[in-house]
Design a protein around this ligand. Sequence first.
Ligand code: FE2
Length: 259
Amino acid sequence: MKILFIGDIVGEVGRRMLSEHLKSLQNEYSIDLTIVNGENAAHGKGITPKIYDSFKSLGVDVITLGNHAFSKNIIKEYMEKFDDLVRPCNMEPLEYGRGFVTCHINNLDIMIINICGKAFMDNILIDPFEATDEILENNSADIIFVDFHGEATAEKRCYFEYYKDRIQCVVGTHTHVQTADEMISNGSCFISDVGMCGAINSILGRDIEEVISRTIYQQKTYFTPAKGPGMLCGVVIDIDEITKKVQKIERIQIKETLN
Ligand code: FE2
């Protein structure tokens, strides 16, 4: 079982990078399941129904979100309808959509959970450990994959160490910077952050001048997604379908040439 996971897709550049590279990555690695984090896909914040549809038609199986899950109000009414859209299971508002989905691939049930860390994050109603325990209580999936959307590397690693006997894949998102700490332990894999899919010449995918004027001069800005050459970051995870143990986790990074 090969899972391709691509990190936070930021704005137009991120969407372009996905559409230009997804098919070749799926072919190169013989991917069975493709998951992307789409929480920054619509102009840097949130996702729209149109973008959800476009990701599905590119060949994405499941789209996870994060703290910007509801930044585009229109998505709320589509949350129930979109079977393959997963919102953080522990963040308010809780009444829309689902915090996990289960896919049936190669005769295996794969559960995909989206969860937010509580360190330095807003609107987190339920502790991530409590929320996970509740989901796992009545779970019979063969493989469990968690997109842990959070700021703190230590919180993510702690989550992995606590659940590594029960969850095969804990992959971090949200910081937009790919970390080099991918590892396998007890047949489960971890990486603090898979990195983003967006403009290289940027601050986490946002326009550099806008971030400077906000950070240093406290000016009101929109954190507009930056333009120009793009990068795509993700991981490919290989799981033995008999033992259900992770055999390999490989970081992916595609970068266009900077002008
Ligand atoms: Fe985020």
